[in-house]
Design a protein around this ligand. Sequence first.
Ligand SMILES: Nc1nc2c(c(=O)[nH]1)N[C@H]1C(S)=C(S)[C@@H](COP(=O)(O)OP(=O)(O)OC[C@H]3O[C@@H](n4cnc5c(=O)[nH]c(N)nc54)[C@H](O)[C@@H]3O)O[C@H]1N2
Ligand SMILES: Nc1nc2c(c(=O)[nH]1)N[C@H]1C(S)=C(S)[C@@H](COP(=O)(O)OP(=O)(O)OC[C@H]3O[C@@H](n4cnc5c(=O)[nH]c(N)nc54)[C@H](O)[C@@H]3O)O[C@H]1N2
Ligand code: SF4
Ligand SMILES: [Mo]
Length: 791
Amino acid sequence: MQRRDFLKLSATAGAVSCVTACGSKTAETVTPPQPDAQEQVNWGSCTCNCGHSCPLQVVTRDGDIVRIETDNLGDDSWESHQSRACAKGRSFKKKVYAADRLKAPMKRIGKRGEGRFVEISWEEAFDTIAAELRRVIDTYGNEAVYCQYGSGRLYSWFSGGHWNGGGRWGAKLLNLLGGYLGQYNTYSSGQASNAGQYTFGGRPVSGYAELQNSDFYLSFGHNPGETEMSGAGGGYDLSVLAKGLETVIVDPRYTDTLVSKEAKWLPIRPGTDAALCEALCYEIITRGAADEAFLNRYCVGYDNQTLPQGAPANADFKSHILGGGPDGVAKTPEYAAPITGIAADEIRALATKLIAAEAPFIGQGLGPQRQANGEQTVRAITMLPLLLGKVGLPGTSTGFTPAKNVFPLTLSPTGANPTKAQIPCFMWSEAVARGEEMTALKDGVRGVDQLSTGIKFIWNYAGNALINQHSDANGTHRILEDESLCEFILVHDVQMTPSARYADILLPDLTDVEVNDISGNPATHAGVITAMTSAIRTPFEAKGCFEVCLEVARRLGVEREYAEGRSYQQWLEHLYNGFAASKGYPEYAELVRMGIYRVQDTTPKIGLEAFVDNPEANPLATPSGKIEIYSETLAQMAQSWVLPEGDEIPAIPSYVRTWEGYEDVDTRAEYPLQLIGHHTKGRTHSSFHSNRWMREAVEDCVWINPKDAQERMIQSGSLVLIRSKRGQVRVRARITPRIMPGVVSLPQGAWRNNAGEVDDGGCVNTLTAMRPTAIGKCNPQHTNLVEITPA
Ligand SMILES: Nc1nc2c(c(=O)[nH]1)N[C@H]1C(S)=C(S)[C@@H](COP(=O)(O)OP(=O)(O)OC[C@H]3O[C@@H](n4cnc5c(=O)[nH]c(N)nc54)[C@H](O)[C@@H]3O)O[C@H]1N2
Ligand SMILES: Nc1nc2c(c(=O)[nH]1)N[C@H]1C(S)=C(S)[C@@H](COP(=O)(O)OP(=O)(O)OC[C@H]3O[C@@H](n4cnc5c(=O)[nH]c(N)nc54)[C@H](O)[C@@H]3O)O[C@H]1N2
Ligand code: SF4
Ligand SMILES: [Mo]
């Protein structure tokens, strides 16, 4: 049977099973209990930054949650499959009734970060915030105000919203007051977006659905079995669309996504994918399989023919690979093997598969790019489909992370920010410590040449990056603790998180199942829009973002301009109805009656299709309009930017050695193990960490290979001490061959405990480094060297 015929059968049967994602499907249908006469069902949504916004049915009795169900409507056929929630969404009762739920406004009484607070009235909280905002703006100017990255309610369209504006409504308020220091990049994909921008003028990519038309799937560090667990997520998509498709996944860990009979694991040392790609390119070129006609028509700098005029001789990609470049090294499999840990014969065998494939689908997750040389890794992976000339065609992709067809999202308007200065989001703690020194050429400041002030006021809405999710927690602690640097910190959250402990004023928010709002589920083919309503009786006074900002606006004389005559509910209906009308979705009242509305889109999405069809009519947004294998922009940056010792900005995709990479032999003498921190099914970042059900379901422990454990006399399940140059963490060890020797992984997101010298909360960011990547100034949080000993 052809693979595609088989796919049709398995998909329509709706009986595909997947062992890893709790949100995915099993063969048997379990009928959920029907609500009885006293019970009420409201639709809600899990809007954390897993990004899938699964619908939840919240069953209450007299305002108390009885249980949580999820999307169980329809026949669950592939064409309109259910967006079922994973165990995190299904355990939302534990979020609403969390023991550490914030219940009243508080002000700090101890030292910053100590976590000592007293309750105050909402009036006092609003008065203090308004007065501090006025004082900071009058004293230092608007550049001193910063909205911290925070993604805990990212996908609540109107009550929460985006990270970079104190929950959207905060941005609207601050814009009326003269603006705030902006940010660009994300902690998620900064390296990929910078790499994409300089090479392709963006990140063109194919949808998961193209896997159906592919005959070989090669993926680097992509683990949707854990990172896209929704019934509408990539984990389920792969189990249907890549079934029967020969698959190779390159990852230091044997991930949950690898658990299928089609997939082969190719373990690789973190941060070395670019060296593997170079060797694959060497094989493709020397076996005569490079599509030179394609490369010369669509790209700049593959070989000397298309190298820009001002470029040095032999600065082209082909010379670099074959040994004619400035380093004189041919990038053979024998060159890559000792760097990557993959045998030369394995590399040659992979090259054979790639060359033989008619429609290779090449992709990556975001883990490989969250490295000190991440931009180069992304660019090197995208060279594979280019060299083969296999892009813009059915079944192929460009090497970036696969896309979804459906992604309904709209957010509340903020107005324009009159303050032009922006920093890379990862550089905020530097901007607290030494803002006035930060420049465009040294620190990636945009909009101005140099900042005029350090950050003095932080508005932190639904974020834990004030400490837990940012790098070098001990270093960040020292910066935040010093009240002469940042003078005021507002945290608006639902739980007493590590970041909340650094607040000067701490405000309790309503959770996503306690508000009226809208969410939308990104999906391949079938997603949902949910009308979030609530019958939960919150037994204390919590306030949402709109209301908090309204009260502050009132005190600063901009209430009328802020609210524009509408209440929150009126804004919600007004904004949603406008969006719905443009898309043909049901209007608000009808959506509330329906609960969820399924959005379907089966339009093929093939990365670079229009450009490949007609490059003259559809040029890319690069300076040349072509794919810039050699980027003159990067070459100029390498000349003009002030880089720290050891940082490089190559004009062509190439592997670069980094600090605390495998080849940093000096540091490895004391810290011999490479540490990464994967995103785990047990949390979304730090969200759900204090949820006991999730902690019982998914153990927090550091993954270590039997060989490394034996050398260190470590027993499985025993406590170990992990040490980096920056700090120490005490956690349990899980000895497993699912991680390659020489590499360990501590799942990111566990809550830091800063009480003692050793963090026994298990936060990986106690170990990570606050040193940005060379090009994008992004977070290299998977680049670390450590040593582990029994504790
Ligand atoms: N070492 C390491 N660090 C990383 C990463 C990594 O891979 N390794 N990944 C990075 C990435 S990709 C990202 S996106 C960031 C994510 O970092 P964050 O954006 O900080 O995301 P979370 O850790 O989920 O924190 C969400 C916060 O929102 C709060 N919250 C939850 N629900 C609500 C609500 O209803 N209202 C309010 N007001 N608050 C709420 C939670 O209590 C929590 O404090 O972390 C980054 N940090
Ligand atoms: N359950 C859950 N889902 C999530 C999140 C979560 O925290 N929990 N976070 C959400 C968010 S905001 C984001 S940005 C995404 C993050 O999604 P990703 O960034 O893709 O997740 P990671 O686990 O950091 O990395 C994916 C894989 O890359 C591997 N890896 C690490 N370094 C390297 C390397 O150098 N080379 C190679 N080949 N592989 C490497 C890791 O072992 C891991 O299996 O996930 C989203 N979904
Ligand atoms: S964590 Fe993600 S997959 Fe799980 S319920 Fe929430 S949105 Fe859905
Ligand atoms: Mo992210």
